[in-house]
Design a protein. Structure first.
Length: 296
């Protein structure tokens, strides 16, 4: 009750140039000081790129496909969100991390340069997931409508411009995907694409398994692929975010497990918006060559 009274669409405050929800911005110093254990696994994404899906895959891999073990608690408890911070009594990401023994599966949306240095000093395994920008934007647009702690998305056309200018929470998508891409070799980051996961989830689950130095049977891998299908995760109360109370996530506005598809942007962008967005995207991505299968 008390918590819901203080839930509000928080303004964004820039930290090192990156807009963050005020609660996160105000607590950023303690996040920056966080010291992970070398056994911790980091899952890093721009919001709405497939974080929850990857968290579930990794948790199941770590539990040898044991569905019951992964249904003991909702995603954000089993895999804490490093920088998240809300009005008390809602526990912050750091509160949860401090209560959990390593090895932990830690989620972050922070751009590379704002991730606490200990992750790189300790050579923590890090999985990055990138999603094509127009689908990522559409997913974020629905999320901002239902997440009552994020700023109002406003009208669709304006939202596209905010995304292009990097004015949404966690900043520029372009800087985000580039930042991790440029660091992937030096820091042994496994860089995945949402579109690859959709095309062949089995292949990508195996890729993650190998990266984590695990060796599971074919049968277990098949079970993990099945358990992490969009349909199963949408129906699973431990992964579909029905754990978050209505004043925070209004699932009647949009489900967290909304559509889970590649190419939904075609249902939202007009031809003019597509042209404008693609031209800008080409400019912003000119200095890197990240193998998105459909950047535009
Ligand atoms: P849509 O809004 O396009 O449906 P995140 O976890 O980073 O917030 O990303 C959420 C997006 O990933 C949503 O996209 C959600 O539906 C999609 N998603 C979640 N689980 C998925 C799964 N198992 N398979 C495919 N997409 C999934």
């Amino acid at each position: 009750e008390k918590a819901s009274a203080s839930i509000t669409r928080f303004p964004l405050i820039r930290v090192r140039g990156v807009p963050l929800m005020s609660y996160i911005a105000n607590n950023f110093d303690s996040v920056w000081d966080f010291r992970p254990d070398p056994s911790d696994i980091l899952i890093a994404t721009y919001p709405k790129a497939g974080t929850t899906w990857t968290q579930e895959i990794v948790d199941l891999l770590r539990h040898n496909g044991d569905a019951e073990a992964c249904k003991q608690a909702p995603t954000p408890v089993r895999s804490p969100f490093l920088e998240i911070s809300s009005p008390p009594p809602i526990p912050s990401g750091l509160d949860l991390l401090n209560k959990t023994d390593p090895p932990r599966i830690i989620k972050t949306h922070l751009p590379f340069q704002m991730v606490p240095r200990g992750f790189w000093e300790n050579k923590c395994k890090t999985i990055y997931v990138a999603r094509n920008p127009k689908d990522n934007l559409v997913s974020y647009y629905y999320f901002d409508q239902m997440n009552m702690t994020q700023p109002e998305p406003g009208p669709w056309e304006g939202y596209i411009h905010k995304f292009m200018r990097g004015e949404l929470s966690w900043g520029s998508w372009y800087d985000h995907v580039k930042g991790y891409w440029l660091e992937r070799e030096k820091n042994n980051i496994l860089y995945l694409f949402y579109e690859d996961m959709k095309e062949n989830p089995r292949r990508e689950v195996e890729r993650i398994m190998r990266y984590l130095d695990l060796d599971l049977s074919d049968e277990v891998l098949s079970r993990i692929v099945e358990l992490t299908s969009f349909k199963n995760m949408k129906e699973n109360p431990m992964t579909n975010y029905s754990c978050v109370p209505a004043p925070v996530f209004d699932l009647s506005v949009s489900a967290f497990m909304r559509k889970g598809e590649v190419g939904d942007w075609t249902n939202h962008f007009t031809p003019e918006q597509t042209k404008m967005f693609d031209e800008d995207c080409e400019k912003q991505m000119r200095d890197v060559n990240i193998p998105f299968r459909s950047l535009i």
